[in-house]
Design a protein around this ligand. Structure first.
Ligand code: 13P
Length: 252
């Protein structure tokens, strides 16, 4: 049985002060929700302060990106062991990073290796554009992204990864993919790609989230799909109603 996981990707929102205020507000209710992993992913500068507030809870902290090298002349980058004192998770290969900051499948793969080597759980993002979706390219493109991100891992390492299927056209648009459509891509192209690489047993262990305009009103639909193990939530993770969203994620 896979433990569901809901992660809030705050993107470039909240100063350290605002972040602390927010997690203080939601932590008690959030930590009382059982049977589901809950993670917040603040901007880098807020991570240590958020960790301080959440360290005595069972709420996880994640980063939104990371560089793969250990240290050195990489101006502006953050190394894995700078995150490990504060984070258990790291989001890698988000479509915004791919589109706006030139991240490639190869770079994402290096980051996945580095995260696992440092004991961080990667939340690996994949997803197709509207043009690809309308052109019927979703399956091939998404399974290609999954295979590229997981290249060179062992089955054991892969089993610990989280993958987030986030169709680009659904991010921040209010146009979420239907649970049936998302579940089908997740089953066929995400879990299917893992199965092709590492076998069905490993594929059944990997947790796969849906992301893209998830709200407290639609989360239960996604969670009811047997192939969807949680959500990567953007805008709706910035408000206190994130607690209700997580609560609504518990179905049956
Ligand atoms: P929204 O939930 O704001 O659509 O963002 C989704 C996302 O990109 C999470 O990583």
């Amino acid at each position: 049985m896979r433990t569901p996981i809901i992660a809030g990707n705050w993107k470039m929102n909240k100063t350290a002060v605002a972040a602390v205020e927010f997690v203080r507000e939601i932590r008690h209710e959030l930590q009382n929700i059982k049977g589901i992993d809950r993670v917040v992913c603040p901007p880098f500068l807020a991570i240590p302060a958020v960790y301080e507030v959440l360290q005595a809870t069972n709420i996880g902290v994640g980063a939104q990106n990371m560089y793969f090298a250990e240290k050195g002349a990489y101006t502006g980058e953050v190394a894995p062991d700078m995150l490990t004192p504060f984070c258990q998770y790291v989001i890698l290969g988000h479509s915004e990073r791919r589109a706006l900051f030139g991240e490639t499948d190869e770079g994402v793969n290096k980051k996945v290796h580095a995260a696992l080597a440092h004991g961080l759980t990667p939340i690996i993002c994949v997803g197709e554009s509207l043009t690809q979706n309308e052109g019927g390219e979703t399956q091939v493109f998404v399974s290609g992204q999954v295979k590229a991100a997981l290249a060179g891992l062992t089955a054991e390492q892969t089993a610990t990864c989280v993958i987030a299927y986030e169709p680009i056209w659904a991010i921040g648009t209010g146009k979420s993919a239907s649970a049936a459509a998302a579940g089908s891509i997740i089953g066929l192209s995400v879990r299917g790609a893992v199965a092709e690489m590492f076998g069905e047993h490993t594929a059944q262990q990997v947790r796969i989230q849906y992301g893209g305009s998830v709200t407290e009103d639609n989360i239960a639909d996604y969670m009811a799909h047997p192939d969807i193990d949680g959500a990567l939530v953007g805008g709706a993770s910035l408000k206190p109603s994130f607690v209700q969203l997580v609560q609504n994620a518990i179905v049956n």
